[in-house]
Design a protein around this ligand. Structure first.
Ligand code: PLP
Length: 229
């Protein structure tokens, strides 16, 4: 078995254990393998081990991998900051976008989504780390942004995404995830049928699952430490 296949099994075990501890069904949590910076053979190893959903942060890198793996019916999620001038490529190639942080980018994806494709599945990214992060909308703006995004054709609003500041303290990890879940529940109570909480990475997936994550986005624990050079 490849190291990546081993790592995938270990991550799936962590997800199962965290779900059981939280009294949740392990099937309610989807594993997104974050393959940014990793070359094609790593993605193929993971796909051969049964992994079907992949997350990418850089548009062209993601499109290149999709093109090379077109026959495999994988799901591709765009999870990085999205610039307006890259939105068309994303609209034409990805299945999901987790990083909607302003209406303008959602409007562009809506207008640019080809009509022969299913609606783009989208999450609104919320900034729960204040000044420490520039990505994501302010929590106070999330509901209005969700309402506006939900009204756009070509998009299906699924939920919220967040990337809290990293910390090793499990109790401190849970607080921002709880904030996102409460926001999610408020928005659902306002009538939007959200079903997705995209939160939790290699170092904090247990805390995210304890607070209700339905998609965990895992890179390092599957593929190893990234080298950006
Ligand atoms: C890189 C990245 C991840 C994966 O992080 P790891 O710590 O390697 O698991 C998840 N989400 C987003 C948005 C990322 O950019």
């Amino acid at each position: 078995m490849s190291a990546i296949a081993d790592n995938l099994q270990a991550v799936q075990a962590r997800i199962r254990d965290a779900a059981v501890l939280a009294g949740r069904s392990p099937e309610s949590i989807r594993l997104l393998a974050v393959s940014k910076t990793w070359p094609l053979p790593s993605v193929i190893d993971a796909a051969d081990a049964g992994q079907s959903a992949f997350g990418e942060n850089y548009v062209q890198e993601g499109v290149d991998k999709q093109t090379a793996l077109a026959g495999r019916h994988l799901d591709w999620h765009f999870i990085g900051p999205l610039q307006s001038n890259k939105s068309r490529l994303v609209a034409e190639h990805f299945d999901w976008v987790h990083s909607i942080d302003r209406l303008k980018i959602a409007e562009r994806l809506s207008a640019q989504r080809p009509t022969h494709l299913p609606p783009m599945q989208v999450c609104v990214q919320v900034n729960v780390s204040g000044e420490a992060s520039k990505s994501g909308c302010a929590p106070a703006d999330a509901r209005a942004l969700c309402q506006a995004v939900a009204a756009l054709p070509g998009l299906q609003l699924r939920g919220l995404m967040a990337i809290p500041e990293p910390t090793d303290d499990p109790a401190a990890q849970r607080a921002p995830f709880r904030q996102v879940r409460e926001l999610f529940e408020n928005i659902r109570a306002a009538g939007l049928p959200l079903d997705t909480l995209s939160m939790g990475m290699s170092h904090d997936l247990e805390a995210a699952i304890a607070e209700g994550a339905t998609i965990v986005r895992i890179g390092t624990a599957i593929f190893g430490e990234r080298n950006y050079s």
